[in-house]
Design a protein around this ligand. Structure first.
Ligand code: 3EB
Length: 332
């Protein structure tokens, strides 16, 4: 259907490879190049289309799209316009349940000086929440998973995946919900949930005869996760401790997700991780903490990015895909 790839090559020429919507994010890959591209595929027939600046693909259940907005003018307005266009497309096509947003913007920590009065990430949050409200969407509770990271330059790049049936938003009991963050982090709170659990229950219909009606596919999108407890950043200037705290947060989110599925199908060791590293020199310390918790064979790509709070040195997101076959264990 499409995908997201990371590269510091300045070749940002297009958001398409063949017909596919592809977000080429201007971030250097530090390690894990073989996993640096995230590619979504469908068992169903996929169609491709374009509407305005959005390129998208869709099958009968899901839609994946990429929007590139040239960053000319005020970021708040650009962001609001971007989300308005995405919501309008999804409503028009009937894919109103958004699984996940991937948000990439240039100079995310810049702006709170000279001519701009508000940090750019906070401007982004303003525009995003305004668009949610304007399209009649809730700004607390059942929100999509998301990440928001900073590139050196390039357009505002938003990738998104959505479907036709409701999903389950998951929060982390160790963290205040981001949509409830107090005003010290900006005039409008970020609009995302800690994770989103998606069931694609009819996936079985496209499998082989023997598997028919036996399979159910679940996707778990774990949002960008950092060293935040409550609403406060923990372990300033200590990247190893931030990594450790972040992994404890991810573990807590997985625990919540498993409570909802009742089958305990998600575990720390079989996720696909993407690790956003502010300072490339921190890579060995971050990897060492991850190896300590996950062992040596975890699947991760490390890219260089700016994180949305200046005091955060690392942010980790993860995705899991599980296909459960019933009756249980038979195909284990
Ligand atoms: C945090 O927990 C860290 O604004 O969409 C993580 C994931 C973060 C998504 C977003 C921000 C976003 O607040 C930052």
């Amino acid at each position: 259907m499409g995908g997201i790839a990371f590269s510091d090559a300045r070749n940002q020429a297009g958001s398409e490879i063949a017909n596919f919507p592809f977000a080429l994010v201007n971030m250097p890959v530090l390690e894990g190049g073989g996993l640096a591209s995230e590619i979504w595929m469908s068992d169903h027939k996929v169609r491709h289309a374009q509407r305005g600046l959005i390129r998208y693909s869709y099958d009968e259940d899901t839609l994946f799209g990429v929007l590139l907005m040239p960053q000319t003018g005020a970021l708040e307005q650009i962001t609001e316009s971007a989300f308005a266009q995405i919501f309008s497309l999804l409503e028009g096509r009937g894919y109103t349940h958004i699984f996940r947003f991937w948000n990439y913007l240039a100079d995310i920590n810049g702006g709170d000086d000279e001519d701009e009065s508000l940090e750019r990430y906070r401007q982004f949050n303003l525009g995003r929440q305004n668009a949610f409200v304007a399209s009649g969407r809730e700004v607390s509770g059942n929100l999509p998973a998301a990440c928001a990271l900073g590139t050196a330059d390039g357009p505002l790049t938003i990738a998104f995946m959505a479907g036709r049936t409701p999903t389950l938003s998951i929060e982390n009991p160790r963290q205040m919900s981001a949509y409830q963050y107090p005003e010290q982090y900006g005039p409008r709170s970020p609009s995302f949930s800690r994770a989103n659990l998606v069931s694609l229950s009819d996936a079985a219909h496209e499998l082989t005869d023997t598997d028919q009606t036996l399979a159910q596919q679940k996707l778990l999108f774990i949002s960008g996760t950092a060293s935040i407890v409550g609403h406060e950043t923990r372990h300033h200037s200590d990247v190893a401790a931030q990594t450790c705290e972040t992994l404890v947060n991810i573990e807590a989110v997985i625990h919540e997700a498993n409570k909802k599925t009742c089958t305990g199908e998600f575990s720390m060791t079989d996720l696909f991780y993407r690790v956003y590293v502010r300072h490339p020199t921190d890579l060995p310390a971050i990897r060492a903490e991850m190896e300590h918790v996950l062992g040596h064979s975890f699947k991760a790509v490390f890219v260089q990015a700016d994180i949305c709070r200046k005091d955060l040195l690392v942010e980790i997101e993860a995705t899991a895909v599980s296909t459960i076959r019933l009756p249980e264990e038979q195909y284990a």
